[in-house]
Write a protein that binds this ligand. Sequence first.
Ligand SMILES: [Cu+2]
Length: 157
Amino acid sequence: MALAAAFLLFLLAAPSVFATNYPVVWDLTTNYSSWATRPLIAGDTLTFSYSSGSHNVEVVNKNAYDSCSSSNALQTHTGGTNIITLAEGPTYFICGFPTHCTNGMKLQITARASSSTPSSTNTTGSTPAAGSTGAAGLSSVTPLMFGFPLVLFALTS
Ligand SMILES: [Cu+2]
């Protein structure tokens, strides 16, 4: 049991170092509804690929996503290949070409918080030093938070 608990602690303490890239074939025949439940993490990237001049990628708010409105797009990407880094929380993508969004070119994702900051994952992420600040300091607290119930479980089983 002690070994298993230690292993669990190791898993929980290990920060996710690697961002993942997800290719998105951006066209009128792909169903994007399954993206809403994918386990995406802030810092992951989506690479949209499409025929330049036939589509674009617009980042919009939820209302614009629901109504397929391009009039207040937060970002507009063109050119056929766009790599978009995900921020924490929901992001809504639509195609701004007429009727494309209403015909299904709309993609909603939600990224959960990364356990470490992307800029410092390799230097401080794997061994958070005591007394460090910011995200690394938080992640060094996490094993304690998860470890306590594990210890209780070990004592009572
Ligand atoms: Cu389109």
